[in-house]
Design a protein around this ligand. Structure first.
Ligand SMILES: [Zn+2]
Length: 573
């Protein structure tokens, strides 16, 4: 339903001379050879090729005194003022391109890349250095949102406003360009200049998608860069750094290089201001989850908004502000290893993950995680003061506990050694969202004092699970957002922690961390392989006589080993 509609909009051609009917017209008039030549000809203006072809056709028609007939029969605008203006522009383009080619070595000219390539290049440039890296993508499965047909309603408005009108709306604050938080995707001056040149050449521009907020303003979902380039040029200065916007690197309108908006012909200024951009606006009455899903599908390039940035547009309100605030907590940033806020709001998404599991509990989790998170955002969009305080306190406490437990290793995996290299190690960089979920959940639901009395044991227990429990390991590294994986990891971790802080009087199965520390300081050699153990976290205290054959957990029965050696040790000795 909604999707089809959107796809049609997307593929719709912007107003331009249909090439097919033009070729047919030429053939009918006995100019088949010329038509085929134009069709085949390739030139350096790659992305402008079809525009140039139209220019060539117009020129050819004019030379053969067929232009008037053509305008009546084939020209979609007929004999209107607008239509004639367009004809003039095609002729201008033709002359421009032809003159520029003269006297130049073909190979010395860098071709203008197609839009898609340009976009890819921009993506490369804008991928920041200080972003969180994840072991798995935060949302792995794209599944359909399960809602009944009556709820699946999306209302859209379609329009073709001129750049001038968009610029005015933006100036008045009715159109919000960068709804994303801390986003700085700015094209460089060359890329921005080329967009202006495309407008001058009348090249169809991709659709801009807008979302109507509850405040009645329109937020740009897709098209920020294009609009930023236009507005910067019209204003004369780049919006972000206040530098003059002088056209640079133009390939066709080479004489405009170095010019600012006010310095170019009024005619050309008008061309830019009257350039039309197809916009699709999603009305606020639309189903939010579905709106989210559609945006997600429209977002194909990495320059587009990601999930959290979309949520930031769709579910604006107190809750969104609170999540941003939580993500800026100093301890939280320290644990994530972030010096600055994550530019793509992944830190905010993590705060939301915590909140969603905190509110709903893992027992009510249903995939896909994306919808699980969306639902939480919708439910608490206008969170009450009391609920906000509660969430904030839980978050802060939890973060403090995890910092004392794992410090820089928080939310990262510990890997056991293997036969080749006996030494285990902490994952240095990549963050594991599954570990994040269970740790945050558990400590938000556990008595703080009891946790502090058992820090060492809890720490040991998690490392043990990560290195020795196959089911647990699978649940944090394979299809991690399935119900089963979520249940497994939450349950296992919950039972482990409860066992530690609950029943301490029974004969313990594990030796104390204190004993391990003593053994390690005394002699860090593995009792099984006789090699040095590099890291205390990688050492296990092993029963000389195994626990299940009656070996007691007393210092006399203890020896230090690699985690791997201990794990690989034959169970019957
Ligand atoms: Zn060993």
């Amino acid at each position: 339903m909604g999707f089809k509609m959107v796809e049609i909009y997307k593929s719709e051609e912007f107003e331009a001379l249909p090439l097919k009917s033009a070729y047919r017209f030429l053939e009918e008039k006995g100019l088949k050879g010329d038509a085929q030549r134009i069709k085949r000809e390739k030139d350096k203006y790659k992305s402008y090729t079809s525009t140039l072809r139209r220019g060539k056709i117009i020129k050819l028609l004019e030379e053969n005194h067929l232009l008037d007939e053509f305008i009546v029969k084939c020209w979609p605008f007929g004999k209107t003022e607008n239509g004639e203006k367009k004809i003039r522009r095609y002729k201008k383009i033709y002359n421009k391109c032809l003159n520029n080619t003269k006297g130049k070595e073909k190979d010395n000219v860098t071709p203008i890349e197609g839009y898609k390539n340009r976009r890819d290049k921009m993506n490369e440039q804008t991928s920041e250095m200080d972003e969180l890296e994840f072991e798995q993508p935060l949302e792995e499965e794209i599944e359909r949102v399960e809602v009944t047909p009556e709820e699946r309603k999306v209302f859209t408005d379609k329009g073709d406003p001129e750049v001038d009108s968009l610029h005015k709306r933006w100036t008045k604050g009715k159109l919000v360009l960068q709804p994303g938080f801390q986003r700085h995707f700015v094209w460089d001056v060359k890329k921005s200049s080329r967009l202006i040149e495309s407008a001058l050449l009348d090249i169809p521009l991709p659709v801009v998608y807008l979302s109507e907020g509850d405040d009645g303003k329109e937020y740009v979902i897709d098209g920020q860069q294009r609009l930023t380039a236009f507005f910067s040029f019209i204003n004369g200065k780049f919006l972000d750094d206040d530098k003059d916007f002088k056209l640079t690197g133009l390939k066709v309108f080479t004489d405009l290089n170095g010019e600012i908006f006010k310095g170019i012909d009024e005619d050309l200024q008008d061309t830019i201001l009257s350039c039309k951009i197809r916009t699709i606006t999603f009305k606020k009455e639309s189903d939010k989850n579905l709106r989210f899903e559609i945006f997600e599908r429209l977002n194909t390039g990495a320059v587009s908004l990601n999930d959290q940035e979309l949520r930031n547009c769709i579910y604006r309100g107190l809750y969104n502000k609170l999540l941003v605030e939580l993500s800026q907590d100093k301890d939280f940033m320290y644990l994530l290893g972030l010096k600055n806020f994550d530019k793509r709001m992944k830190d905010v998404e993590l705060a939301l993950r915590f909140a969603s599991f905190y509110h709903a509990t893992y027992l009510k989790y249903k995939p896909p995680i994306r919808t699980f998170l969306n639902n939480d955002m919708e439910k608490y969009q206008f969170i009450s003061e009391k609920e906000a305080v509660e969430l904030k306190t839980a978050f802060k406490n939890t973060i403090t506990i995890i910092r004392s437990l794992f410090d820089i290793h928080a939310f990262k995996r510990f890997y056991r050694g293997d036969e080749k290299s006996l030494n285990g190690y902490w994952e240095p960089k990549k963050f594991n969202a599954s570990l994040y979920d269970i740790l945050m959940y558990m400590f938000a639901h556990t008595d703080k004092n009891k946790v502090y009395q058992n820090l060492d044991s809890i720490r040991e227990a998690l490392i043990h699970l990560m290195t020795s429990d196959k089911e647990f390991i699978d649940s944090i590294e394979l299809s991690t957002s399935s119900v089963q994986a979520v249940r497994t990891r939450f349950d296992k971790w919950r039972l482990t922690v409860e066992e530690i802080i609950g029943i301490q009087q029974k004969e313990p199965r594990c030796f104390s961390y204190k004993l391990k520390e003593e053994l390690y300081k005394n002699n860090a050699t593995c009792a099984i392989c006789d090699q040095k153990i590099q890291n205390i976290d990688d050492s296990a205290v092993d029963h000389i006589e195994q626990y299940w054959t009656g070996g007691k957990t007393i210092p006399e029965n203890a020896r230090l080993t690699h985690r791997y050696c201990n794990w690989a040790r034959p169970r019957k000795e």
